[in-house]
Ligand binder design. Sequence first.
Ligand SMILES: [Zn+2]
Ligand SMILES: [Zn+2]
Length: 376
Amino acid sequence: MKADFYETLGVQKGADEKELKAAFRKLAMQFHPDRNPGDQACEHKFKEIGEAYETLKDPQKRAAYDRFGHAAFENGGMNGGGQGFGAGGFADIFEDIFGDMMGGGRQRRSSGGRERGADLRYNMEITLEEAYAGKTAQIHVPASISCTDCSGSGAKPGTQPVTCSMCGGNGRVRAAQGFFSIERTCPTCHGRGQTIKDPCSKCAGQGRVTEERSLSVNIPAGIEDGTRIRLSNEGEAGLRGGPSGDLYIFLSVKPHEFFQRDGADLYCKVPISMTTAALGGQFEVATLDGTQTRVKVPEGTQNGRQFRLKSKGMPVLRQPNIGDLYIQVAVETPQNLSKRQRELLEEFEQLSSKDNSPQSSGFFARMKDFFESFGE
Ligand SMILES: [Zn+2]
Ligand SMILES: [Zn+2]
């Protein structure tokens, strides 16, 4: 019975990377064979520590171990004392466990030499207006598809792939080396278990050909930047009749000149003149539904004030509700004054009282008190 990896390292199950590393270092120093020459027990312990750390430091392996325990690695030649930890044995098992989940070019071998096609990635950029309304996009994917001549088998029409004589269809061959018996991928069929005597001429025995495919993809209204759309079986065709991979569309929404998006809500900064802010007024904003909305600016509006336009934001994916549009005004201080304008503003200044600018008057009065408190 093999010891628990966490117990071997003396850490809690939730230990983070740092804790694992520290525990491993400490134990590895303690049980290192150089420090304990000829001590079989120490050597065994040293190997156990190494194997535990090799497994737990790798998030994927750790996840598999947490889920399946030692069984996750049992057919990988990691027996007993864990000879040769870190050897290639892991990779195959991990593909078996994670192959379906990971996607991303991993190819699973199955009997008959069939291989799952690779997953494809397609980057699509849309405008905010398109994200608002939704759209049907035509995309062209250069992808290999199953060969029609040989139905994907790779063998010349009328012939069949034959079982590999080297490995008897196993895909792996065993060889003895000293005391050990090692198993490796069959060099004749490269692990497929079958060989093709007469390859199909159209696909050169690959079972697939490259063609450009056109797909029509429905982009729903309200879709967000960074969304990944998965189209099952629209990736690369499998080899020799294996299943197709998936096509992933990575969607990004272009930044908009006027609107910033936060979920379903939109934000728009609108510069208004000082006089509009002071006297009151109105302006119009165009919204994504193609209409214009009037915003009334009340007298004495301060810089940064927000106005909410209900249901003028973005639609929510597969829901009937629509977000809001927030208009934030930025009061613009007048520049390049004429002589006459300057005179008027100077006159205005002379006529001004504390009531015209309660915020700044109040602020400076409080600031003065604060300063004077130091003298007390
Ligand atoms: Zn073919
Ligand atoms: Zn073979």
